[in-house]
Write a protein that binds this ligand. Structure first.
Ligand SMILES: C[S@@+](CC[C@H](N)C(=O)[O-])C[C@H]1O[C@@H](n2cnc3c(N)ncnc32)[C@H](O)[C@@H]1O
Length: 275
C-alpha cells in the first residue's frame, strides 16, 4: 500500500528531459557510482566479440562505455536525454570512432543491438513505462540479442529510483525474453548490497511483442478481468498491463488482430484499445 501511494505521487512528477537536465546542471547525481558497477564489469569481462553492437540507454556518465572501450570494444552507442551531460560526454570521448554519443529519448531511438546494458535506467523511469521499456528493448535487440545489467530488488520511499522485485520482473519480461540469469548480486557496491539482481535476458524471436494503449479502465479488478480475457486467446503467451491501466504489453506466438482484442473487451463500451 505504501508503495502504491508513493508511486502515484511520484509518477505525477514529470521525469522528462528537463527534470534530468536540472539534475545534471545542479550536480544532484546521487545515483552516479563514479566507476563501473562490479557486476557489470565482471559480465563485460566474459564477452568475447569485440565488434558486438552495444547500446547503453540512460547512460549518465557511462563508466560502462569507458570500460568497454578500454577492453577494445568497437561498436558502442550511448544515449541520454540530458543535454549538459551529453555535451560533457562528447568532449570526454572526442575523436573516438568506437563510440557514438546520442542526445535523445531512448523510446524514439531506432537501431539493432546485440547487447543492451541496463544500469539504473529502468529504475529512473516512471513505473507506468515498464511495459513500454520491455517492448522497446525487444524491438531494439537483434535476433538472440541480450539485455544485461542490474535491476533493484527492493522498494524505495522516495522516487526515483523506482524499485521492484523478481516476481514483478518475471511477470513483465515473461515470454518476450528467455531468462538466462536473474540472481541476487553478491558483488554489488556497498550501498546497494543485497538489493540488486543481475539480469541476463535473451530476446525471444519466436514471439510478437506489441504495445497497445488502453482507456476506460479504472481499477485493478477490471484490469485483471481484461488480462484474463486476453489470455483466453491460445496464441497469447503473456499479458502485462501497466500500473495506471493505460497500456498493455501483449506477447503472442502469432499476430493477434486488433478486432479480436476489441471483441473481448466489448462487454463494456468504456473500454478502448489501440495499437
Ligand atoms: C538514474 S540516472 C542513471 C545514469 C547512469 N546509467 C548511471 O547509472 O550513472 C538515469 C539516466 O537516464 C536518463 N534518462 C531518463 N529518461 C530517459 C529517456 N527517455 N531516454 C534516454 N535517457 C533517459 C537520465 O538523463 C539519466 O542520465
Amino acid at each position: 500500500m505504501e508503495d502504491i501511494k508513493c508511486c502515484v505521487v511520484s509518477c505525477e512528477k514529470p521525469l522528462d528531459a528537463s527534470y534530468w537536465e536540472a539534475q545534471y546542471q545542479s550536480k544532484s547525481i546521487g545515483w552516479d557510482l563514479g566507476d563501473i558497477s562490479p557486476p557489470i564489469k565482471k559480465y563485460i569481462d566474459t564477452l568475447e566479440n569485440k565488434e558486438s553492437a552495444i547500446l547503453i540507454p540512460g547512460c549518465g556518465n557511462t563508466y560502462e562505455a569507458e570500460y568497454l572501450l578500454k577492453k577494445g570494444f568497437t561498436n558502442i552507442t550511448v544515449i541520454d536525454v540530458a543535454p549538459t551531460l551529453v555535451a560533457e560526454l562528447i568532449k570526454k570521448f572526442s575523436n573516438n570512432s568506437n563510440i557514438t554519443i546520442l542526445l535523445g529519448d531512448f523510446f524514439e531511438h531506432q537501431g539493432k543491438y546485440d547487447l543492451i546494458i541496463e544500469q539504473t535506467f529502468f529504475c529512473a523511469l516512471p513505473p507506468t513505462m515498464r511495459q513500454k521499456y520491455v517492448w522497446k528493448m525487444h524491438q531494439l535487440l537483434a535476433d538472440k540479442g541480450i539485455l544485461a545489467g542490474l535491476l533493484f530488488n527492493r522498494r524505495f520511499e522516495i522516487n526515483p529510483p523506482f524499485g521492484g522485485d523478481k516476481t514483478e520482473y518475471e511477470m513483465l519480461f515473461k515470454a518476450s525474453f528467455d531468462f538466462l540469469q536473474m540472481d541476487i548480486c553478491l558483488d554489488s557496491v556497498a550501498p546497494r548490497s543485497n538489493s540488486e539482481l543481475f539480469i541476463e535476458f535473451k530476446k525471444n524471436n519466436q514471439v510478437n511483442v506489441n504495445l497497445y494503449t488502453m482507456s476506460g479502465i479504472t481499477c485493478s479488478d477490471c484490469a485483471n478481468t481484461i488480462t484474463e480475457k486476453f489470455l483466453t486467446i491460445s496464441k497469447i503467451v503473456n499479458v502485462s498491463m501497466n500500473s495506471n491501466f493505460t497500456s498493455v504489453l501483449i506477447c503472442s506466438r502469432n499476430e493477434v488482430a486488433i478486432d479480436t482484442l476489441r471483441e473481448l473487451i466489448s462487454y463494456d463500451e468504456k473500454y478502448r484499445i489501440e495499437k
